[in-house]
Design a protein around this ligand. Structure first.
Ligand code: FAD
Length: 382
């Protein structure tokens, strides 16, 4: 008879798979609930994520870091405000080799899926299994969180992110570029993120716009789209040519009120517990590229808390899980609230606010100490 499960992980996205692997590395037996929605043939995620050195180190320890062709170092970053304010960061100025890496989502997903197959302590299952601890990694629309009546405070931004890939006329030079552009009464954020190595001329695009404009941009002719993108990026990388499907996501800020608790009687044995991780616990605007970095931070923190608990405390121990919740809510408060404040500051239509934010960008750009601190937070060194 096989050993009973120690932990049930619900959801096999990037956070769920990384969680299962990291917990299995601590010699725990894991049931991983892996029910993927039916995928449309030929349809794969066009996004590339900006992953921090802290996330890289976790994924490397799991042997899931994609090869160099799918992880481009970001050596510099430029942010252009809506009134000419300019902010730039350089890896060398911060004493590091790269600020972060642009990682192909599908390459990362397949590395994690392969690693799960080879880990004997993980069993993929098609429905939740009883275990002392259940970790919910079901993403922003979590059925378990809803079934247990957990409060998930959501503030929609009234924006959708449109993601795609482009070929650029000029090489990106491993610089991630972002523009805040005024469009009517709101601000659009466009990011061109480097792919394909140092002399690469391919970029991942993330363009946060109103839902109506997202639909128009998604449906327009490719040549029209290229021209709109060229205008919004101020021609910095020359002519642009869209090379992939255009996909959209609604954007929101969201935070679950509680991240841990006792399992409802109908769902688990007396004394068992649940915790939330990844987007099931929190979502942020992608303008700072921090959503998954936060989720992988949850993975690291939960595995460490369980591993370091006193030998007589069970996996469902409320004190251990509360410490995890406290630690991760603090990390989220810093990154999530800063991203939210930035989004709201740049979305404010008043001209005085526009002047202040662009003046702030320039001032911030000249403040080496503050810049260094912010970069280290974004890189996951708190
Ligand atoms: C346009 C865009 C760009 C982004 N860029 C970045 C970036 O540069 N850097 C960064 O760090 N983050 C970025 N993010 C955020 C990142 O996408 C998310 O934070 C990350 O995908 C969350 O992973 P997750 O595993 O928690 O959730 P998901 O990716 O949503 O995975 C959840 C999984 O659970 C499964 N599931 C759902 N319900 C159930 C159920 N009831 N039972 C079993 N399984 C279930 C789903 O099928 C899915 O596989 C970006 C987001 C967007 C929208």
């Amino acid at each position: 008879m096989s050993r009973p499960f120690d932990i049930c992980v619900r959801g096999a996205g990037i956070v769920g798979r990384a969680m299962a692997l990291q917990l299995a590395a601590k010699r725990l037996r894991i049931a991983l609930v892996d029910v993927q929605p039916e995928s449309t043939p030929g349809h794969s995620d066009v996004r590339a994520y900006a992953l921090s050195p802290a996330s890289r180190s976790l994924l490397e320890s799991l042997r899931c870091w994609p090869d160099a062709a799918h992880a481009t170092p970001v050596k510099g970053m430029e942010v252009v405000g809506d009134d000419g304010g300019l902010l730039h960061f350089e890896a060398t100025g911060q004493g590091v080799a790269a600020l972060n890496w642009m990682v192909d989502v599908s390459a990362l997903e397949s590395r994690l899926a392969q690693a799960v197959e080879f880990q004997g302590l993980i069993e993929r299952v098609d429905a939740p299994r009883p275990a002392p601890l259940t970790v919910v990694c079901e993403g922003r629309v979590s059925a378990s969180r809803a079934a247990w009546g957990l409060v998930y405070d959501q503030k929609p931004y009234g924006q959708h992110a449109l993601a795609t890939r482009v070929r650029t006329e000029r090489p990106h030079g491993e610089i991630a570029r972002q523009w805040f552009n005024r469009e009517g009464s709101s601000t659009e954020v466009l990011a061109l993120l480097p792919l394909d190595g140092p002399v690469g001329s391919a970029c991942a695009v993330v363009w946060s716009v109103s839902p109506q404009r997202a639909q128009v941009l998604r449906e327009m002719e490719a040549s029209q789209f290229d021209a709109a993108l060229h205008a919004a990026s101020h021609g910095t990388l020359g002519m642009l040519e869209v090379t992939a499907e255009r996909q959209t996501w609604p954007l929101q800020f969201a935070l679950a009120q509680h991240w841990m608790g006792a399992m409802p009687a109908a769902d688990g044995a007396l004394g068992s517990a649940w915790v939330l991780a990844g987007d099931a616990a929190h979502t942020v605007h992608p303008l700072a590229g921090q959503g998954l970095n936060l989720g992988l931070g949850d993975v690291h923190a939960l595995a460490r808390a369980l591993d370091e608990r006193a030998y007589w405390r069970p996996l469902s121990d409320a004190k251990v899980l509360r410490a995890y919740e406290r630690e991760r809510k603090t990390a989220f408060a810093l990154v999530g609230n800063t991203t939210d404040a930035l989004q709201r500051l740049f979305d404010h239509p008043h001209p005085l606010v526009a002047q202040v934010r662009n003046w702030g960008l320039r001032g911030f750009d000249r403040s080496a100490g503050l810049k260094h601190w912010v970069v280290r937070q974004a890189m996951g060194f708190s």
